[in-house]
Design a protein around this ligand. Structure first.
Ligand SMILES: *Cc1c(COP(=O)(O)O)cnc(C)c1O
Length: 384
């Protein structure tokens, strides 16, 4: 059985470091925020090259709290891509504002920057580009549009730890950025965890207050916030793992190259990676015709795959209130029936990747064969 992601394989490879880190937190009883959270915040800020990092409960909270810290709330509109995980749009709603969907760029899966301006209204206050699957969004164009319209840019980096755009790490380009440390993300905790980063100290201060009951100091509540803090155990796990992140990213990139080589030969649409960007392959997503049948045949050979995501956000029941039509988001709509995420994690063996690619190619040939046989039998009975 080859899993889509194998978190245990990673734990086994660094077990001693993790076990020691966890034991220390328990011995110090530094469970909420505290010493280990502070250490991780400093290390992660240094890793990105950004002034401020604030740990929080999860990536969804990070987005919502940063929107509020950027001054976004009721009556405001925020532009988000149509194709992403629901948190990107959900956080806009929970911050009191309204998400406005924009279609994605074919093969890149990030927001189509050329379509943003036509969605800007008097109420637009921010854009949330998502570096989906680990590939950076078109940040130069997005920042130029934001600057000319006075909008804030909040980067959703939940899938893109360490990805770079023209040499700059994502999360350092916009006004602020949200990271998720959900266990399956490229840098993952052992539970829910998130991080907010920014170079703007006043935004950082407000975000830190909101995440901790609006507190400035003990019993000094300047405003009503909430409880969304990074816990010590997860912070210590993240610190232990951060030292391995670059090596893990390189392993992902090597596996992606193995897949690329084997699949391009077979005419499979492999993920695009722009030359001035560093893709970190949180997910390795191909596009194939007859995706569900291909997926089933891989499952029969014990290969787990995923679909990220089967429905673009505007078409979810959760957004039925906007009554969106398929024609409004043709790229997002059409790609959802073709996308297939192949197993991808740093510990995946190169031989396994080769085997997966071969089995995928074989099942594509079989499904081609079946559809041509279908055509043949239809024409022999006079049907077209
Ligand atoms: C995972 C994810 C989030 C949310 O992170 P959580 O930690 O699960 O709340 C936000 N945006 C994207 C694109 C994600 O993949």
């Amino acid at each position: 059985m080859i899993k889509l992601v194998d978190l245990n394989a990673q734990y086994q490879s660094i077990k001693a470091e993790i076990d020691e880190a966890i034991a220390k937190v328990i011995a110090d009883a530094a469970f909420i925020s505290g010493k280990y959270a502070k250490i991780f915040e400093e290390e992660f800020a240094a890793y990105l090259g950004v002034k401020c990092c604030i740990g929080c409960g999860n990536g969804t909270d990070a987005l919502e709290i940063l929107l509020k810290a950027l001054g976004i709330g009721p009556g405001d509109e925020v532009i988000v891509p149509a194709h992403t995980w629901i948190s990107t749009a959900e956080s806009v709603t929970t911050a009191g504002a309204t998400p406005v969907f924009v279609d994605t760029t074919p093969a890149l899966y990030t927001i189509n920057a050329a379509l943003i301006e036509r969605h800007i209204t008097d109420r637009t206050k921010a854009i949330i580009p998502v570096h989906l699957y680990g590939h950076p969004a078109e940040m130069d164009t997005i920042m130029a549009i934001a600057n000319s319209h006075g909008l804030k840019v909040l980067e959703d980096c939940a899938q893109a730890h360490g990805a770079t755009y023209k040499g700059r790490k994502v999360g350092t380009i916009g006004h602020a950025a949200a990271f998720s440390f959900f266990p399956g993300k490229n840098l993952g905790a052992y539970g829910d965890a998130g991080g907010m980063v920014t170079n703007d100290e006043s935004v950082a201060q407000v975000a830190r207050m909101i995440a901790n009951h609006g507190r400035l100091g003990k019993h000094d509540h300047a405003l009503e916030g909430r409880n969304s803090r990074l816990d010590g155990l997860n912070a210590a796990v993240l610190s232990a793992k951060l030292h391995h992140l670059e090596a893990w990213t390189e392993a992902r990139r090597s596996l992606a190259a193995v897949y690329d080589e084997a699949l391009e030969r077979e005419g499979v649409a492999v993920p695009l990676s722009l030359p001035d960007c560093k893709h970190v392959y949180h997910l390795y997503v191909v596009e194939v015709a007859g995706r569900d049948a291909v997926r089933d045949s891989l499952a029969l050979r014990d290969i787990e795959t995923g679909v990220h995501y089967p429905k673009a956000l505007p078409f979810l029941k959760a957004y039925a209130r906007f009554a969106h039509q398929q024609e409004e988001f043709p790229v997002a709509f059409e790609s959802t029936s073709r996308i297939l995420s192949l197993p991808m994690y740093p510990e995946l063996q190169v031989d396994s990747a080769k085997q997966i690619a071969a089995i995928l190619a074989e099942s594509l040939r079989n499904s081609d064969l079946e559809s041509s046989e279908q055509t043949l039998s239809n024409s022999s009975t006079g049907k077209s």
